[in-house]
Design a protein around this ligand. Sequence first.
Ligand code: GUN
Ligand code: FE
Length: 410
Amino acid sequence: MALQKTVYMGPYIHCKNLNNLDICPNDTHIHASQYPNAGVFGKSTLLDWLNTYTFPLESSFKDLERAARIYNRVVARTLSHGTTTAAYYATVHVPATNLLADICKSRGQRAFVGRVCMDRLSPDYYQDESTESAVRDTQACIDHIKRIDSDFALISPIITPRFAPSCTDETLAALGKLHHDTNIPCQTHISENRKEIDLVKSLFPASDSYAQVYDTAGLLTPKTILAHAVHLTPAERHLIKTRDAKISHCPASNTAITSGRAKVRTMLDEGLTVGLGTDVSGGYTSSMLTETREAIFVSRHVAMDEGDEAKLSVEEALYLATRGGAKVVGLEERIGGFEVGMDWDAQMVRLGAVGGAEEGLDERAGLVEVFGEETWEEKVAKWVYTGDDRNTIAVWVKGRLVHSREGFEG
Ligand code: GUN
Ligand code: FE
């Protein structure tokens, strides 16, 4: 599918005389509870990474004071990176998950907050007791979010079976029924790692494929976010397209824990809806700008095997980070772009003083060197490849200023 250039260019606007641009990134997959481990993964791969690093960390969220400290930090940090919407995984703990929803609400970040369900192949110290308790605890978090944001205008619950290997058939089916009955979105992982795929085959011998497992449970719908999708077969991609389920591409994570290279060009050509996710802490970064860069570089590694067609341009990667992400979370009418009538979710990016090098180094622009002779597209590329949160000087969600840096004059 040839997406039109004008569409890619849509999600950001250019304030010519200010040398600024506005853009609104959406992180479609991030584990808020794993934030303390960002950058800590050694040489692990998915299944040993979960047991070594992840389950022990997540289990510590039964301590609500610790959860408050970490959740406040991750929401503040992602806002400082310009993440206006995040689809979060919390942990199995109801009080801590509700607290994450409260923190997103008070700090003003648009968020999907998921209480993680897992009732098998998980450590004794960290798992659901039964299908009934998994559904009851999920419902408790839905009820809490209804109380703090009755029409889910800013904060939405999201049904979160961790992934097929950690849920029994009964739990998957019960969560599929809850998804159907409530129309609340759902999120999970799919086809991230080869050993994981073999495990799914052995645990669900009656299913043709990993995607089929979710489909059988009623969890493959237009309101499903599937993270990773690295090793999908053509038949699975066809099934996902038919169900209009959405893909969260997590390139930093897929490289860090050596899961593989997702074929984003193929998925786009086949008409799948794709956004980007940091997948902290499989992914080392909570920055959607860094994630955008990673998407571009991973596409170049795919291109080394499959040809130049696989390369994503800067504009395409920004599209995935913004408008693509908005589609993935089902909010393309309201966020992801700047059409009249949409919510004002935006970050203002400062690329350096107009005039650039003539005045010498502009420390406020961080590593982005602007010489004043670049085209607009070149400036945007410089930001994507060399920028960081120093360039994000203001962030708004639904019109509310939720983060700003020195030098922003509101
Ligand atoms: N699969 C199941 N759980 C996880 C998780 O926490 N992170 C990643 N990247 N994959 C998973
Ligand atoms: Fe993940």
